[in-house]
Design a protein around this ligand. Structure first.
Ligand code: ARG
Length: 459
């Protein structure tokens, strides 16, 4: 059976179910370009050590270009014997340029080849994801700047806690995404290490110049151990974790906006383009875009935990289990790429309801400010917390709000209260008091905007 590359010592036909089971072309074909590029560099490296003449090298490089053109124009004809993208490309190359194609794989194995292809493919995708992530951060920052006057309740335990700027909420997620972007940049560097030239496991017997290969293919360094080179999939696992954590941030952000868009909150309203109606209830407008982001977070986690499970217990170097690295990687790239773009669209077109946000602020959310007022008059905080609590209860008992209590009421709670107690009942003031770095005050929100705009290169 010469159809298969490893046909030499095998006789008889494969079980067709086994053939389909073993084949990965239906999903790894998307790495065709990386495979071609890697092979062209390898042909050049072989020529440099005299395994190929310059003519042979050129035949291979040009033949590979032709194979690539077939993929690009969707005219590549897949044969049943094409097990994966590597065998498919080599088979087709042979048909185009003849027996010299058989020299390409000298000293190379699909083991170092596949690891190289994946790294080439993923570093490019990761770079595209970084752009999507920066687009999203850019929209959050632009809105934060434009809508800095808008104030809203901030929550802990989903209970109204203290007044904050809407911009401060927006930026809180921008900071998560900024950290995600930094992590991705660091990860791209770790993806960008070259396995090619590791052979099947023991190294390359023709002394190919791996530094040359790294240079040719844009890798930062060569992997320093061939066993490690062919077996390491940390870059996939790490990418899946990166995708999972970034999805956590997108999912929590989605959950906030789903809550804020409910009738009970009514702080925001999604554009029609990012919501859907109900087939039964005409009044419904559902935040499907955000729910799908929240929902798809689960599948990205699943890909990560499934793949870690695949890795654990594998004996050293290549085992076919490793072919299971591709589908979760592809799926995570596709899923998070879509989620980032949908998040950007949803945020760009979101309408906010500043009046509704403001109406949801209540005077009791200034109870901490009452305590802080007394602190500024020299009363220890532990005492002031107690006194402010009593003011809240007094207002509650009277069925009113704290700002309706008289100066006498306050003086009875503590002698340090004076006429300026009425200045506490000002949400903007409460917000702008929080002006230590990182707080919700106007100046400290502006500082965040300035930093992020500089980082994005948009200031
Ligand atoms: N399709 C295989 C994979 O994705 C390529 C490597 C095959 N190597 C081997 N020794 N059978 O892992």
């Amino acid at each position: 059976n010469m159809a298969q590359l490893w046909g030499g010592r095998f006789t008889g036909k494969n079980d067709p179910i086994m053939e389909a089971f073993n084949a990965s072309l239906k999903f790894d074909r998307r790495m065709w370009q990386a495979d071609i590029t890697g092979s062209q560099a390898y042909a050049k490296a072989l020529a440099r050590v005299g395994i190929l003449t310059h003519e042979e090298r050129d035949q291979l490089v040009e033949g590979l270009d032709k194979v690539g053109q077939e993929w690009a124009s969707d005219t590549f004809e897949v044969k049943p014997s094409d097990e994966d993208i590597h065998t498919a490309n080599e088979r087709r190359l042979g048909e185009i340029i003849g027996t010299v194609a058989g020299k390409l794989h000298t000293g190379r194995s699909r083991n170092d080849q596949v690891a190289t292809d994946m790294r080439i493919w993923l570093r490019e995708q990761a770079t595209a994801l970084l752009t999507f992530l920066k687009d999203l951060i850019g929209i959050a920052v632009a809105r934060a700047e434009r809508e800095i006057d808008v104030i809203m309740p901030g929550y802990t335990h989903l209970q109204r806690a203290q007044p904050i700027r809407w911009s401060h909420w927006l930026l809180s997620y921008a900071w998560n995404w900024h950290a995600d972007a930094e992590r991705l940049e660091q990860l791209i560097k770790r993806i960008n290490k070259l396995p090619l030239g590791s052979g099947a496991l023991a190294g390359n017997p023709f002394n190919v110049d791996r530094e040359f290969l790294a240079n040719e293919l844009g890798f930062e360094a060569v992997m320093p151990n061939s066993l490690y080179g062919v077996s390491d999939r940390d870059f996939v696992a790490e990418f899946l974790f990166w995708a999972s954590l970034t999805m956590v941030h997108l999912s929590r952000w989605s959950e906030d906006l789903i809550i804020y868009s409910s009738g009970e909150f009514g702080f925001v309203s999604l554009a029609d383009a990012y919501s859907t109606g109900s087939s039964l209830m005409p009044q419904k407008k559902n935040p499907d875009s955000l729910e799908l982001i929240r929902g798809k977070t689960g599948r990205v986690f699943g890909g990560m935990s499934g793949f870690l499970m695949t890795l654990k217990g594998l004996p050293s170097t290549y085992n076919k289990d490793l072919q299971e690295d591709k589908e979760p990687m592809f799926d995570a790239v596709d899923t998070i790429g879509a989620c980032l773009q949908i998040a950007t669209g949803t945020l760009t077109t979101l309408t906010i309801k500043p009046e509704k946000m403001k109406q949801s602020l209540s005077i009791d959310m200034l109870a901490t400010d009452v305590a802080e007022y007394l602190v500024r008059k020299g009363v220890p905080f532990r005492e002031t917390h107690h006194i402010a609590g009593r003011a809240v209860r007094l207002a509650e008992d009277r069925g009113t709000q704290m700002d309706q209590l008289s100066l006498d009421d306050f003086k009875q709670l503590h002698s340090a209260f004076e006429a300026d107690v009425k200045d506490i009942w000002n949400f903007e003031q409460s917000i702008d008091n929080r002006c230590a770095t990182g707080g919700t005050s106007r100046t400290t929100v502006e500082q965040q905007i300035t930093f992020l705009k500089q980082w994005l290169g948009t200031s």
